[in-house]
Design a protein. Structure first.
Length: 45
């Protein structure tokens, strides 16, 4: 519960290394498989 509150309050953030539109979901998965970055890849609707 405390973790969720910290995330909601912005005290914990997750680095995003790339965003992709839903139409490019294949490219997003390819980037995820080939990436060694510690950040997240986000697919947007």
């Amino acid at each position: 519960r405390a973790l969720g509150e910290d995330i909601a309050a912005g005290r914990i953030v997750f680095p995003v290394v790339a965003t992709y539109p839903l139409d490019d979901v294949v490219a997003a998965f390819q980037a995820l498989e080939s990436s060694h970055d510690p950040g997240k890849i986000v697919v947007l609707p």
